[in-house]
Design a protein around this ligand. Structure first.
Ligand code: ADP
Ligand code: ZN
Length: 709
């Protein structure tokens, strides 16, 4: 059995060996047994049911909660030459009848369905009349009522056990905790399932947390090493998402915003672009993520602190699904601690709930202030023991210096106390440093015994100390929202001299920005390889556009990278590259060999030109200048600008540099009549020779999109 499985793996998927426990899982399910699979994101869950599906007779039924995920998997399978289909609400009645007929004729191997579809009585009796190879229940944690992805329809999936007693069932999830696991077993009637638990470590992710000083500058330094990589930047608020996205675009890093406040179609459009194009940065709130299967997200950056380690692990886990190096980078500072603690105190909900949230936030904070291996800490939180430091996080690589902060900490606590437990860190530091300013004088704080006692430390050292005091719960943040600090019981032993305090020494920000933004992920492709790498990616993009699929469905980055490194020159050599199965070899082998042989000039994909155009327009270039830069006609530029304006990717002001008065005149011309907007041709007569026709297209697009809002 395993031998057969191995053959399918190589022939169809083009991979040489199974990862982790894939082999055992496949053997179990292919031979008719049930399985419960817990694997982290990117662990390779799909193969665990796709390979048995191909080994067994009949139709494999896959339950998946999200249409986007289904479509992605179906496209991937079709590229591999496997007959797969998704049955969902986007199909017309006729398409559905057609699909049912194909299934009856045995022409479909894998059928993807939403749970609510599957449990319809008509659907179930349809399936009962067929030969079913297996049921795979993806994202099985959706059955848990306590989890955040609860889907009531999942509860009904338990009946499959009784209705199809001889059909093996495999449930899969990336959610780690025990309670969810037991719930899946009970509710899906999987008592006989063999359990396959994998480590939740993501070895290819490099974790780094830096003290937040000038976050935008720090982010730019980080990004500078990662040009043309795709990544996600998480921010707490919608406003900040939009500001950061605009800032990055201005700085020449193509970035899109994503948050729950954007119109639905714009959000969907941005998400689609992120999946289909390369090198885009998504700046997002936590609303972005569910169902994002893009494998080559090379970094996940946090500009604000997540509320829990669960959230941090899940968000950072969206990087590096393809197994190649990826970065989890976060800038974290005093303000984060103060803000989150305040939000928590003022949140709705009962005391028990608040305590739980508090506990989660504390765990997150202690990861930030951790002096030992980050990965060990993270895994320990999820009850997994990692005996040795990982060697693949900032603390392991850079080492952490600590210092005895007992005395300064006492001074800091004393400053809080003596100023009346109501001032924020800024003022407290001023007092400790003995600053002579108006606020100090107006409160008479220059007369306090703590005034000026802290001159041995710099301002940033004091701020770092206060941050760590609050993070460790040695000082509290006020409830009123002014960021004032106060003492609590836990600081008593320190004040009384019963304990000492060891704190982390922050690196100087200049040092962090320059030297520590490099990581294995940032050096994935070496300088001399860059040109050929881009050529391979360009070919992939072109093929993806032709086939209407995301680029990674053609080949994942890992496969392109292996081509780059092994430089195959014949089809036989190409077949040995991991990820090149029989079907793809036949379809694409020659084209990629040509690029590797340097025979073809890489085509510039349409999507890329659009992208560049938007960036250039936002940077203030005129249409004529853009035409020069992109080497296309000015008319063409106007057409693309109008399109971007229509999609609200650009404002009229960004796209054109018309004098205000003339712009008003053009707009009036369009708005003069009643009802429908007049066509460009109708208006063109009025402005013949005064403005290029392209301008009229842009103005019309802007007005039209306003009307549609
Ligand atoms: P998950 O669903 O667990 O997040 P996927 O099934 O999407 O993970 O797999 C992640 C990536 O790893 C995919 O690109 C997949 O093709 C690849 N992959 C899975 N198993 C193997 C394997 N045995 N060898 C090489 N690549 C693999
Ligand atoms: Zn480590």
């Amino acid at each position: 059995m395993l031998e057969q499985a191995q053959r399918v793996l190589k022939d169809i998927f083009g991979y040489d060996s199974f990862r982790g426990r894939q082999g055992a899982i496949i053997e179990r399910v292919a031979s008719g047994g049930d399985a419960l699979v817990l694997m982290p994101t990117g662990g390779g869950k799909s193969l665990c049911f796709q390979v048995p599906a191909l080994l067994r007779d009949g139709l494999a039924v896959v339950v998946s909660p999200l249409i986007a995920l289904m479509d992605d998997q179906v496209a991937t399978l079709e590229e591999l030459g496997v007959a797969a289909a998704a049955l969902n609400s986007t199909l017309s009645a006729e398409q559905q009848r057609d699909l049912a007929a194909r299934i009856k004729r045995g022409e479909v191997k894998m059928l993807y369905l939403a749970p609510e579809r599957l449990v319809q009585p008509r659907m179930l009796s349809f399936l009962q009349g067929l030969n079913i190879a297996l049921f795979a229940i993806d994202e099985a944690h959706c059955v848990s009522q306590w989890g955040h992805d609860f889907r009531p329809e999942y509860l009904q999936l338990g009946q499959l056990a009784e209705m199809f007693p001889d059909v093996p069932r495999i449930a899969l999830t990336a959610t780690a905790d025990k309670r969810t696991r037991e719930e899946i077993v009970t509710r899906l009637h999987l008592q006989n399932a063999e359990r396959f638990l994998s480590s939740f470590d993501r070895p290819n992710i490099f974790y780094r947390i830096v003290p937040k000083e000038q976050p935008r500058k720090q982010l730019l330094a980080f990004l500078a090493e990662r040009r043309s990589d795709a990544g996600i930047v998480y921010c707490l608020s919608r406003k900040k998402v939009e500001e950061v996205a605009a800032f990055l675009s201005e700085q020449g890093f193509p970035a899109l915003p994503y948050h729950a406040g954007l119109p639905n179609d714009l959000r969907a459009f941005n998400q689609k672009r992120f999946l289909n194009e390369e090198g885009l940065i998504m700046v997002a709130t936590v609303a972005f993520g569910m169902g994002i299967d893009k494998p080559n997200v090379r970094f996940v950056a946090h500009l604000d602190l997540p509320k829990s380690l669960e959230a941090y692990y899940q968000e950072t886990g969206r990087g590096g699904r393809d197994g190649l190096p990826a970065d989890a980078w976060m800038a974290y500072g005093l303000q984060d601690v103060v803000m989150l603690k305040q939000m928590l105190q003022n949140s709705e909900g009962d005391e028990r709930h608040k305590r739980l949230e508090q506990h989660k936030l504390d765990a997150m904070l202690s990861l930030c202030e951790e002096t030992r291996c980050r990965r060990q800490t993270l895994l320990a939180y999820f009850d997994e023991d990692m005996p040795e430091p990982c060697g693949h996080c900032d603390n392991c690589v850079d080492g952490v210096q600590t210092w005895d902060a007992t005395e300064p900490a006492r001074q800091a606590l004393s400053a809080i106390f003596r100023t009346g437990q109501r001032y924020g860190v800024g003022h407290l530091v001023d007092v400790l440093l003995g600053k002579d300013n108006e606020k100090v004088r107006s409160f008479g704080h220059q007369h306090l015994s703590v005034y000026g006692v802290g001159k041995a430390l710099s301002e940033s050292e004091w701020r770092s100390l206060f941050r760590q005091l609050v993070a460790r719960g040695l000082a509290d943040v006020d409830h009123e929202g002014y960021g004032g600090l106060r003492l609590n019981d836990s600081c008593r032993p320190l004040l009384k001299g019963e304990v000492t305090l060891e704190l982390r020494r922050d690196l100087k920000p200049q040092v962090t920005a320059k030297t520590t933004s490099k990581s294995p992920a940032s050096q994935l492709v070496r300088g001399e390889e860059r040109e050929q790498w881009e050529a391979l990616r360009a070919l992939r993009r072109k093929l993806a556009e032709e086939h209407g699929v995301p680029p990674y469905v053609i080949f994942p980055d890992s496969t392109l990278l292996e081509m780059l490194r092994s430089q195959p020159t014949t089809l036989a050599e190409m077949a040995r590259v991991s990820g090149v199965g029989a079907r793809k070899l036949e379809r694409y082998g020659d084209a990629f060999l040509e690029v590797l042989g340097g025979e073809t000039e890489a085509p510039k994909a349409v999507a890329d030109v659009r992208h560049e155009l938007i960036t250039l327009a936002r940077a203030g270039m005129t249409p004529l200048q853009i035409a020069g830069q992109l080497q296309c006609s000015e008319k063409n530029v106007y057409t693309m600008l109008a399109e971007a304006i229509g999609k609200q990717q650009l404002s009229l002001e960004q796209a054109l540099d018309l004098p205000e008065e003339l712009m008003g005149e053009v707009q009036d011309a369009f708005l003069d009549g009643e009802g429908e907007l007049p066509s460009v041709a109708e208006v063109a007569e009025l402005f013949a020779g005064r403005v290029p026709e392209g301008v009229l297209y842009c103005v019309r697009a802007a007005l039209q999109s306003e009307f549609e809002m």
